[in-house]
Write a protein of this length. Structure first.
Length: 259
């Protein structure tokens, strides 16, 4: 009986230290305001309409420092896009100050804005240091890494690329063969809006993030605008590449499947 009481007390104590809520992918990302190096502030909601990359780090975390150049690589690739921003959040509040975060920036070789004493944000998101997250243009949490940053770079990059390149419902390019996809992210069906200058057959092939072909379908199309859809019920959640072949034309893009 005494052992049972001790066990129950231990479980109750553990529950006290669990986050009160854990933010899930596909729901609204909690807003936050943090103090940045240099005296400015970063407020998530002020960047509505943009893709926001969030790097949760610890100022003395060796794994975070090692992964810094890879995160910086994502930032460098997309910083020229007006619809993209990145921010790093130091979650090690007890040792977080201007000096320690400046030291981290130098060691990790990152140039995007870094925040001091942002541990509360990690708690709100139900995550920890050495993790990445992505908030979409609509304020929805689109990615929350469950692995160390070094093992999550490709997934994160794919989510960002998908959000930036295939969320539009307008044509992707000019010419006599135009394609757009929606919704993106999607849960069960991907719709294609196509404009063809000639009558013919289009082949649509989907690939998973590893580059493996997972689905191929053919569509007969007329001249002009039309729509068709792909049933994704047999596929698992993840990031996918689509490729459409029509005579000598090829259109490619990414989309996110969330179930």
């Amino acid at each position: 009986m005494k052992k049972q009481k001790i066990l129950l007390t231990g479980i109750a104590t553990m529950l006290l230290y669990l986050p009160l809520h854990s933010q899930d992918v596909g729901v609204a990302a909690p807003d936050f305001t943090v103090d940045l190096l240099g005296g400015e502030q970063f407020t998530l909601s002020e960047h509505a309409g943009k893709v926001v990359l969030v790097f949760f780090f610890g100022n003395g975390c060796s794994f975070c420092i090692s992964a810094g150049p890879d995160v910086e690589g994502i930032y460098q690739d997309y910083q020229g896009n007006p619809d993209f921003v990145a921010v790093g959040l130091d979650t090690w509040n007890s040792s977080s100050n201007a000096s320690s975060v400046e030291g981290f920036a130098a060691s990790a070789e990152v140039t995007f804005p870094l925040a001091i004493k942002a541990g509360a944000v990690a708690t709100d998101y139900g995550t920890t240091y050495d993790r990445l997250a992505v908030v979409g243009q609509d304020g929805i949490l689109r990615h929350k890494g469950s692995a160390a940053v070094a093992n999550d770079i490709d997934n994160t990059r794919g989510v960002i690329e998908g959000l930036l390149t295939t969320t539009s419902t307008g044509p992707q390019s000019a010419g006599n063969f135009q394609v757009s996809v929606f919704p993106n992210p999607t849960s069960d069906e991907l719709r294609f809006r196509l404009y063809a200058g000639v009558r013919g057959t289009s082949m649509v092939t989907l690939y998973n993030i590893a580059g493996n072909e997972v689905l191929t379908q053919f569509y007969e199309h007329q001249v002009g605008a039309q729509e068709f859809s792909l049933d994704l019920s047999a596929l698992q959640s993840g990031i996918y590449l689509y490729r459409i072949f029509q005579e000598k034309n090829i259109k490619t893009g990414r989309f996110i499947l969330q179930k």
